[in-house]
Structures are given as structure tokens and as C-alpha cells.
Design a protein around this ligand. Structure first.
Ligand code: ATP
Length: 308
């Protein structure tokens, strides 16, 4: 059985909100795939459709060569789903949660220990603690064990690292790489653009539309413009001034600096510096930088808005 996912012309609306607009996506068996987009982009809707919890308005979804709508009972056994919010019973202990999920799938923990062992050993010392009393990182590990206890072929993880500290986030991605080596197809939805680099390929999604599907490295390679980081004594005022600058193609606030592209291919950085100095800016620092996934996302989303 090929554990890939095929999505053809899929649309879903909630009344007048078009949560997914005619999307197409092909995820390969055994891939670690990211669905990357901001809040409200449609990630959860896509996962709920794949997990047989919602029906599409139109389009086809296939998972492990099986139609998700027609054969939803088969799909539920093939799939492990870790929803974004509270998939655990807070007033059951760690072990009781795991036993519960095993029973739902008519299986036993002992029969599936090989699948969860590496993760389970990290939470086993807390097995009698109520799930509600676990730290964010521990809850996430338990939820992952629960989603894996029936040995699914495909694992869907909806924002698994939201609200989790940086160390646990990193550990979590290492765990996913371990699972990938067992041959499971893993699809992770995340609003954190930097997590794209942990995936083999990603789909960038915004307002129900897929902007691009590719490997993170190829997405960055296709940026196609020189990018500059600009800092000054007042970044916000620089942003406003650069929006008025004749040669600005794009300018966004990124943390402690602005990210800027110019419509011209050939120009001197001094021209931007002089322009901002004339506007009264001090302590200017301008340097050419490599684009990240977030820069690519911004550029693609501007293009997509211009098409509408
Ligand atoms: N049950 C619902 N009723 C009405 N609108 C909904 C419902 N669920 C989602 N939406 C809307 O559909 C769009 C997509 O939401 P969805 O939850 O799929 O996005 P998301 O990328 O998972 O974002 P988030 O992380 O905020 O959940 C949003 O505009 C959202 O407000």
C-alpha cells in the first residue's frame, strides 16, 4: 500500500468563509511534509477533512490509495491525528490516556511498544501523573504516543509545537525524524516559518490557497532578488519613509530590522542610506542578507494579492 496523500480540487466553506479554495496537493509516501501558513490560512480545515471529521464541498481526497469520504472507516485506522488543541483527557493519568486510545483502536499498548518506545521512555517516569498536570512538552509527547498507538501509516500533526518552549520544539522535530525512519508519512501544520527547514517539502498556504509547494531550499533559491536588512534609530519611521521611496519593491518589518527589495537590479546601497538620512534617520545599518522562508512567503503572498 502506498502511504501517500492526493488532494484534487478541494474546496471547503463555512457559510461565506472560503476556508479552502480549490487546492491540489500530492504528498509522497514516507515524506516529512509541512503545511506552513498563518492563523486562519486553512490548515486545521485541511486536516479535519483528511481525518474524516469534515466533508468537502467539492474535490477528492485520497490517502493510502483509499478515498477519504467513501471509506472513512478504513481511513480512521490508517491515520494518526494529533489535533492542535487538547486531544488528551486532562483528568486521566498519562497511562490511562494511552490505554484509552489503544482501546479505541482495539489494540493493546504492549503490542505497539516498538512504535512509541523512543518517545514513551521520556514520559514513562510520569505515567501516573494527570495529563492536565504535565508541562507543554510532556503533553505533546503523550499526545504523539496516543496518535501513534495503533501504528498508523500517515500521521497528521496540527500545530504540534505551538505554545511549546524552544528546546522542546527542537526535541519534537528530532522525534519526528525518528518516526520518519519507520516509514510513516508525516504531515505537520505550523505557523512557524522557521520550522519549514525541518521538512523535506512544504506547502505555503494563505487564505485557503496554496502559494507554493517545494523543498525549503528551492523555495529560497527562487526568491530571485537581492534582499537587504535595514536598521536605524526608528525602524517604524524608516518603514513609512521607504514605502514612499520611488525604488522600493517591498519593505517589511522583520523583528529588529526592515527587509527591503529594490525594483532595480543595479544600484548602490548608499542611495538608500542617503534617502533615509535625508529623512532624519540616524544609526543606519544596511546589509545584504540571505532570504528566509518568511521572506519568500511575504513575496509570494504579495504576488497572490496582485493577481486577485
Ligand atoms: N467552524 C467554523 N465556522 C466558521 N468559520 C470557520 C470555522 N472553522 C474555521 N473557520 C474559518 O475558516 C478559515 C480557516 O480556518 P482554519 O482553522 O482552517 O485555519 P488555520 O490555518 O488552522 O488557522 P488557526 O491556527 O487559526 O486554526 C478561517 O477564516 C476561520 O475563521
Amino acid at each position: 500500500m502506498d502511504a501517500g496523500i492526493q488532494i484534487d480540487n478541494l474546496s471547503k466553506s463555512y457559510d461565506d468563509v472560503h476556508a479552502l479554495k480549490n487546492i491540489n496537493l500530492d504528498i509522497k509516501a514516507g515524506e516529512l511534509f509541512g503545511i506552513i501558513g498563518p492563523d486562519g490560512a486553512g490548515k486545521t480545515t485541511l486536516f479535519r477533512l483528511l481525518a474524516t471529521l469534515l466533508l468537502p464541498d467539492s474535490g477528492k481526497l485520497r490517502l493510502c490509495e483509499t478515498d477519504v469520504v467513501d471509506q472513512y472507516k478504513v481511513i480512521r485506522n490508517l491515520l494518526g491525528y494529533m489535533p492542535g488543541k487538547f486531544s488528551l483527557y486532562q483528568d486521566l493519568s498519562v497511562i490511562e490516556n494511552l490505554e484509552f486510545f489503544a482501546r479505541v483502536f482495539n489494540t493493546r499498548i504492549a503490542d505497539n511498544m516498538d512504535m512509541i518506545h523512543d518517545i514513551w521512555v521520556q514520559i514513562e517516569p510520569f505515567k501516573d501523573r494527570l495529563a492536565g498536570k504535565l508541562s507543554g512538552g510532556m503533553k505533546q509527547k503523550l499526545a504523539l504516543c496516543c496518535a501513534l498507538i495503533h501504528q498508523p501509516k500517515v500521521l497528521l500533526l496540527d500545530e504540534p509545537t505551538t505554545g511549546v518552549d524552544a528546546v522542546s520544539r527542537n526535541e519534537f522535530w528530532q522525534m519526528l525524524k525518528g518516526l520518519k525512519s519507520k516509514g510513516i508519512t508525516i504531515v505537520v501544520a505550523t505557523p512557524y516559518m522557521d520550522e519549514a527547514n525541518m521538512c523535506e517539502r512544504v506547502a505555503l498556504i494563505q487564505e485557503g490557497e496554496i502559494l507554493q509547494v517545494n523543498s525549503p531550499a528551492e523555495i529560497v533559491d527562487q526568491f530571485g532578488k537581492d534582499l537587504y536588512a535595514i536598521k536605524s534609530d526608528d525602524n517604524y519611521q524608516s518603514l513609512l519613509d521607504l514605502r514612499e521611496f520611488d525604488h522600493t519593491e517591498s519593505v517589511f518589518l522583520f523583528g529588529q530590522s526592515l527587509h527591503y527589495t529594490d525594483v532595480r537590479n543595479d544600484f548602490l546601497i548608499d542611495e538608500i542610506e542617503d534617502y533615509l538620512k535625508n529623512k532624519g534617520r540616524l544609526q543606519l545599518e544596511i546589509e545584504k542578507i540571505k532570504p528566509g522562508i518568511e521572506d519568500c512567503f511575504m513575496a509570494l503572498s504579495v504576488k497572490s494579492d496582485q493577481h486577485e
